[in-house]
Ligand binder design. Structure first.
Ligand SMILES: Oc1cc(-c2ccc(F)cc2)cc2cncnc12
Ligand SMILES: [Mg+2]
Length: 216
């Protein structure tokens, strides 16, 4: 039977990236998606130049939550920039994506820094403290279903998983878009938000990331 897009993306990583070299894994995925087959990775424009990399470096988080692993592209991007001892927990609902992402993360040699958990964010976020020993997250990267951005943000608040200074970074707030999330986060006195215009990965379509600092 025909392979899936994530399987073809993993094949490109195995063929062209060096084991244990996360930057070569990121480059292999970007090249594959730009020249062979588009895939919904945050990409090199929203990744490198502007925002994801600079926010991670600026926050230098000890604990990161990523919502939506897909093939592990942003997982590898973020984990590469983490200080020693830092942990990244990434949640993926789709078991086929999770299986590919585990192999991409392993190829990059980042298994020690990354804990991939399969399941729905709505079910897993309330378990973060008791099951994963997380006190709070310094950085949350929202990159999953757009209609889960707002409920999951409220859940993080209710579960006491955000502290003063915690940063939420949301992908795709323009395309596909998450209007209810933007409305809430930009008008809530609990957050200070900033929008970074960019483009949908590997295209000229308008998109952007929203960075919001939790004020406690
Ligand atoms: O970065 C993303 C992009 C798109 C997407 C797909 C199709 C299209 F036409 C436009 C945009 C979907 C996503 C779902 N989850 C996480 N990230 C995503
Ligand atoms: Mg995205």
């Amino acid at each position: 039977t025909r392979s899936t897009r994530p399987q073809r993306l993993l094949g490109a990583v195995r063929r062209t990236a060096t084991r244990g070299d996360p930057r070569s894994v990121v480059r292999a995925i970007d090249d594959f998606c730009r020249h062979t087959e588009w895939a919904m990775n945050v990409g090199d424009e929203k990744g490198t130049g502007c925002i994801l990399d600079s926010v991670v470096s600026e926050v230098s988080p000890a604990t990161v939550l990523e919502l939506g692993t897909y093939c592990g592209y942003s997982t590898v991007r973020i984990a590469t920039l983490l200080p020693p001892g830092a942990k990244l927990i990434t949640l993926e609902f789709n078991p086929d994506f999770a299986l590919i992402a585990r192999q991409v993360i392993a190829w990059a040699g980042l298994e020690e820094k990354v804990h991939l958990v399969e399941g729905s964010s709505g079910d897993l976020i309330p378990l973060m403290k008791e099951k994963f020993g997380v006190k709070s997250f310094d950085l949350v990267f929202l990159d999953h279903w757009k209609d889960r951005y707002l409920p999951d943000t409220k859940l993080l608040e209710e579960c006491g998983l955000l502290q003063k200074g915690s940063v939420l970074l949301a992908d795709n707030v323009i395309c596909p878009g998450s209007p209810d999330y933007l409305e809430y986060i930009r008008n809530s006195p609990k957050y200070r938000s900033q929008h970074f215009k960019s483009h949908l990965e590997y295209t000229k379509v308008e998109d952007g990331l929203e960075k919001s600092v939790f004020l406690g």
